[in-house]
Design a binder for this molecule. Sequence first.
Ligand code: NAD
Length: 376
Amino acid sequence: MSVNTISYEVDNEINKVIYSKEIDKFLIKDINDLKSDQKILFIYDKNISKKFIDGLKTKLKLTGNIVFFKEIEGKKINKNLNNLLKLFDELIKNKFTKNSIIISCGGGVVGDLCGLVSSLYLRGTIYFHIPTTMTAIVDSCIGGKTGINYKGIINSLGNYYHPKRVYISERIITDIPNREFFSGFAEIIKCGLIGNKKIIGYLNKDKYLFKRKNIQNLSKIILETLKTKISFFKNDIKEKNKRLYLNFGHTFAHAMEMTTDKYLKKDFLRHGEAVGLGMLCEIMMSQNTNEKKNSNNLYCMTKQLLEKYNLPTKLKIPNKLGRKIHSGIYDGVFLDKKTKNKYPRFISLKKICSPTIEEIKDFGALNDSIYKITQN
Ligand SMILES: NC(=O)c1ccc[n+]([C@@H]2O[C@H](COP(=O)([O-])OP(=O)(O)OC[C@H]3O[C@@H](n4cnc5c(N)ncnc54)[C@H](O)[C@@H]3O)[C@@H](O)[C@H]2O)c1
């Protein structure tokens, strides 16, 4: 049975990512090896193929544990307080304890919501996660960030809680709808740009290898991206230092997601699509006279990579909403969680693999970068 395992330590606990075609075998073994109270809540995204979910349900029932099921739709609007409370109600109704197991199966929405539930219920239950979108596979499944959106602000309520195990199924990769598949490439490009030139090398190879979902190439790039992410967050879980660089693109991405959710429609932009656009804005913001040439090259390279992986490089908005959306994004930048004093911060990248954190003090440059990304 072919398997790749990545282990990493957080707070003296070893967590593992298991990448295999046969994740169910590893999942069942881990459940059987645990000293749990034999209760499982399996929460899964409603849009995942029935065959995949039914297969897991059957295997879970065969463990002899009492298994409860809950279906949620992975829309960003569902990462909300109401769903959080509904999951607590389910746990309380069925008398779950600290030694019960929560297993989530879905994209970033289901993962962020279930991670938060697992961390808060009785101050922490046993938590396993099965990521099912490309964004979740290469990014949100590790690092321990959990959260919900509240009052229109992305991830305004959340904390850090790491799944004990993450199971990445090679089988699910071929099921991922195209939009969710390519959306995850923004986080892959991000990891390459801030910390691993090898990833950029892989991405620059023949795109059709990835478009055809060639599993061998994909597994190489997935594992490399996860290892790069771990190198940024280990020893800095709470984002005091190096981990902040993983936010490259996100100051603008979150502002764009919140604004388009408000003025256009919910989920207008996938998270990964917004991160791609956000990276372009942040590279523009990184430019100063001395390094303009480097930044221009980096901007062109990033743009080409985004285009190659079907990601947008312009935010297409109706003309009549242009002003509203421009100022929505501008104001949204000031809501960024990295803000320390009065100025919002962003990750500046003047040269590949050399990120730094900077304050936005030049509001003219801020306006220009938003203009460039929204202008048709
Ligand atoms: N915690 C973190 O570190 C972190 C990192 C990145 C993103 N996020 C969060 O993740 C969320 C976005 O996650 P996402 O991009 O995975 O989107 P998502 O969870 O919203 O899923 C996108 C769509 O794909 C569907 N889907 C999921 N898996 C599927 C499958 N296998 N087959 C068919 N359909 C499937 C969902 O139902 C949904 O319609 C955002 O809320 C973002 O803030 C968190």
